[in-house]
Design a protein around this ligand. Structure first.
Ligand code: G3P
Ligand code: CA
Length: 255
């Protein structure tokens, strides 16, 4: 099964995270207003097994709390202020659940749900995410990604019709994910390599294998332009507004 989304797409990495607190409803809303096609977000489980949206394994960097996400129940997580790095949003933002995000974004955008249970890859996250996708009926508007093969395989067994993006670490660490073997072992429709690994050969080989190429995390104008010129299918960026403007100028130059 190949993925027939148009190219290139702009993915807002943790929402419009250059301008708003990452992985919050404000960052996602701003991303939509900025012209993002896809919202990328990081899903993991709270102690009481709710799917919450936060990047790190701990709440320390992005909130006024401390501790591991996996040790805190939803109620405790949602009491925290998730805007501490953006004083202009003071106290307005909380750690959202996946359900809240879908309710707020449904019908407005595509969503890239990263299964980020890297410390507990055998936990119930894939099953919980699959249940939520089924409940909201958003099959056509979602892609599920991860660096870890186990959550991807588990998720694919549950909902094989949902496209998968296989994230590849930079350089040697990601070489298996970018290889032919990676394509054979992990069912996926899109490869998500780090930007410095993008070459004409990687784009060509991926396209020949029926894979889209969505690359992360690209914020510099020169780099954004270089990657559009190389024919990537998606750019994952903290700044969807800037990326949209560059894509528009590139499209004008081409026509
Ligand atoms: O989806 C690409 C990117 O989000 C992967 O890195 O660490 O920001 O989740 P990270
Ligand atoms: Ca991510």
């Amino acid at each position: 099964m190949s993925l027939h989304w148009r190219s290139p797409l702009i993915f807002a990495h943790r929402g419009a995270s250059a301008q708003a607190p990452e992985n919050t409803l404000s960052a996602f809303e701003l991303a939509v207003q900025s012209g993002a096609d896809v919202i990328e977000l990081d899903a993991k489980l709270s102690a009481d097994e709710h799917v919450v949206i936060i990047h790190d394994q701990t709440v320390d960097r992005t909130t006024d709390g401390t501790g591991n996400v996996s040790n805190l129940p939803l109620a405790a997580l949602q009491e925290l202020n998730a805007s501490i790095n953006f004083p202009e949003f003071s106290n307005k933002e909380h750690i959202p659940t996946l359900e809240e995000v879908i309710e707020s974004l449904r019908g407005k955008t595509l969503i890239d749900i990263e299964l980020s249970n890297y410390k507990s890859p055998f936990d119930a996250l894939p099953a919980k995410v699959a249940q939520i996708i089924l409940h909201f009926g958003i099959h056509e508007h979602v892609l599920v990604s991860s660096f870890h093969p186990i959550p991807l395989i588990k998720f694919h067994q549950l909902l094989p019709s949902i496209p998968i993006g296989f994230l590849a670490k930079r350089g040697f660490q990601g070489s298996l994910s970018r290889s032919k073997l990676g394509r054979l072992i992990i069912p996926h429709q899109a490869l998500h390599p780090e930007k410095s690994d993008i070459s004409p050969n990687l784009v060509l080989a991926s396209h020949r294998s029926g894979l889209r190429v969505h690359t992360y995390t690209v914020n510099e104008p020169d780099e954004i332009m270089r990657l559009f010129k190389l024919g990537v299918d998606g750019i994952i960026t903290d700044n969807p507004l800037l990326t949209r403007r560059i894509l528009e100028s590139f499209t004008e130059l081409e026509s």
